[in-house]
Structure formats: structure tokens, C-alpha cells
Design a protein around this ligand. Structure first.
Ligand code: SF4
Length: 321
């Protein structure tokens, strides 16, 4: 049975249930990298060039962690676009090449390409090419894909019920309750930053302990993102940018939250633009408190906790006033 290593980073939080189902249906075994630790992050930092953003450095660290696990392949997809007319950041497009060039002596990389901005026929051909590594049975490949899509749908339905990706992927109970508090805080940012407790310094846990309800983009249906950005003069080119901005504007326009925390990565081009637009719009016409947290490998937990506490105090004060 082929063993396929999957790094527990980047799009793992968006698509892992589908990847797992697809490969398992084709008879392969999935091997995940360990949970993020300082050692994993440091090994990624060691190989990355300085300008690389934190989540990509961490991804390298997880790839390195898989070296010790005796896998036959590494699954590092090349995700260009997951919807028409919008794209993921170029780092996702070049991820397999960057890994190959920076990290020699790795197991063979499966770099399946997903580009839904092109004709869907190309996507299906790539999908069959991927499946052919494990079986010559086209029907089996097709059924594996169908089952994977069903798994992804179930996963997203769980997220809409208020579970976080980490809770679903680890099959844990919901750690927060919507009845806990009358204060709702939106925490917006890339799923791979927010849901890795080491990188986010357990931001959800910290906010829960402060007695507030956390709302994230994943808990909102896709239609909300489009509704949120419908009044922008220019459409948003980035899929993740659309999710972050659409959620921020929708939640505020509909008075659904008492404050917003935006988490961005240092060195992220798309984040710097999206963050700037959100901040300017807030300053111009919004009355809700907004906190920007920028993460990099030097961010200290004490500093994050202090800023969060001060922010929540301000939200509570504003609400009571
Ligand atoms: S969107 Fe930003 S944080 Fe995410 S991979 Fe691209 S540069 Fe890095």
C-alpha cells in the first residue's frame, strides 16, 4: 500500500477530508506530519528565503517532518484557482517547485494541479492522471472523486454549524458555545493561520476564556462573502481576500458582531492590501472596534494576549456605553 505524506499546513485546513477520502478510496494510506512545534517551524525557517511568509515557512517545516515518516510520496498540490475569475496567491501555484528546489532528497512529489479558472475538462484529465498512479480502473478513480466531494461537503456543513476546522479535523467537541456571552467577535484571516494553535497562539482558546463568542469566515455560507463585497468599486481578485473582506463587511453591515480581529501574516502581499482596505473603510465609516494582529516567527504570546485583553475590554466598554 502506497504511503502518502500530507503536510499539516496551508490548504490542509480547507481540503484535507477530500484528499484523504480520494487517496484512501484508491487504496493508499495517508500519513500526516506532526502538529506544529517550535522544532517544525525552525526547520522550515532554516530552508526558506528571508522574504517568505510565515505559513509557507511552516509548510516547509511540515514537509521536513514527513522525511522521518518513511512515506512513498508527498502530496503537494499546485492550486491555482478554486473558482472562476479568482485566484490563490502565487505561492500556492509554485509550492511544489519551491519545495523541490529548497529541499533536496525528498520522496517523489505528487503535484496535482487544480485550476478552475480553466475549462473543467482539464481538471478532470488531471484528476485521472493523478488516480492512474494508484489504479488503472477509471471508474474507481471517478468514484473516489465523487466520494471525496461528498466528504468535503459534509466537512463544510460542520463548519457552518459553528465548528472550527481544527475541531472537525481532530474530531473534537465544540470548544465554544453560542450561548456563552452576548459579545460576538469576528476573527478573520487565513484558515491556516487561525487554525494552527501554535501559529495563532491559540487565539480562539484565548477569546473563549475571555468569555466572548468567536465568529469566523468558515461559519458563514459562501453567499455572504459575495453579499459583503458587492458594493466595492472593483472586484477582489484573490479568493481568500474575498472571504476575509466579504465576511468583515457583511458582519458589520448587518450588525452581527461587536468587534473584528484581523490576523495577517508578515510578508504577505495579498494581506497587506486587503488589510489596508479593511482598515481604511473602518476608519471612514464604521463604529466597531477593529484589531490588527500581524504574525511572524518573532511574535510573542504575551504581547498577543495583552492586545487581545485590551481590545476585549474596549469592546465591552463600548457595548455597555
Ligand atoms: S496569501 Fe499571504 S500568507 Fe498566504 S501563502 Fe500567500 S503570501 Fe503567504
Amino acid at each position: 500500500m502506497a504511503r502518502i505524506g500530507v503536510p499539516r499546513a496551508l490548504l490542509y485546513y480547507n481540503y484535507f477530508p477530500a484528499w484523504k477520502k480520494y487517496f484512501e478510496e484508491l487504496g493508499a494510506e495517508i500519513v500526516l506530519s506532526d502538529r506544529t512545534t517550535k522544532k517544525i517551524l525552525d526547520s522550515g525557517i532554516k530552508v526558506a528565503v528571508d522574504e517568505t511568509c510565515l505559513p509557507v515557512k511552516l509548510f516547509y517545516g511540515h514537509v521536513d517532518n514527513l522525511r522521518e515518516k518513511n512515506v512513498d510520496y508527498l502530496f503537494i498540490p499546485r492550486i491555482v484557482s478554486v473558482e472562476k475569475k479568482r485566484y490563490l496567491c502565487p505561492k500556492f501555484l509554485g509550492l511544489p517547485n519551491m519545495v523541490k528546489n529548497l529541499m533536496p532528497d525528498l520522496p517523489p512529489i505528487i503535484d496535482f494541479k487544480k485550476d478552475l479558472s480553466k475549462k473543467s475538462k482539464d481538471f478532470y484529465l488531471d484528476l485521472y492522471d493523478l488516480g492512474k498512479k494508484f489504479t488503472g480502473n477509471y471508474f474507481k478513480i471517478y468514484m473516489a472523486y465523487k466520494k471525496a466531494m461528498k466528504e468535503l461537503k459534509n466537512y463544510r456543513q460542520h463548519l457552518l454549524k459553528g465548528y472550527t476546522p481544527a475541531e472537525c479535523l481532530d474530531q473534537k467537541d465544540k470548544s465554544h458555545s453560542s450561548e456563552k456571552s452576548n459579545i460576538n467577535i469576528a476573527v478573520l484571516g487565513h484558515s491556516y493561520n487561525l487554525n494552527d494553535p501554535y501559529i495563532s497562539m491559540d487565539i480562539y482558546g484565548k477569546l473563549n476564556k475571555m468569555g466572548v463568542n468567536v465568529v469566523t469566515s468558515e461559519m458563514l455560507p459562501e453567499s455572504v462573502y459575495h453579499e459583503g463585497i458587492k458594493n466595492l468599486r472593483k472586484d477582489i481578485f484573490w479568493t481568500f481576500g474575498k472571504e476575509i473582506m466579504g465576511s468583515a463587511y457583511y458582519l458589520l453591515d448587518n450588525d452581527m458582531v461587536d468587534g473584528v480581529v484581523v490576523v495577517v501574516s508578515f510578508g504577505c502581499g495579498p494581506d497587506s492590501l486587503i488589510g489596508e482596505i479593511i482598515e481604511r473603510t473602518y476608519k471612514r465609516k464604521r463604529e466597531k472596534p477593529l484589531l490588527f494582529l500581524t504574525l511572524d516567527e518573532h511574535t510573542g504570546e504575551a504581547g498577543v494576549l495583552t492586545r487581545l485583553e485590551a481590545f476585549i475590554d474596549m469592546v465591552k466598554f463600548k457595548k455597555s456605553a
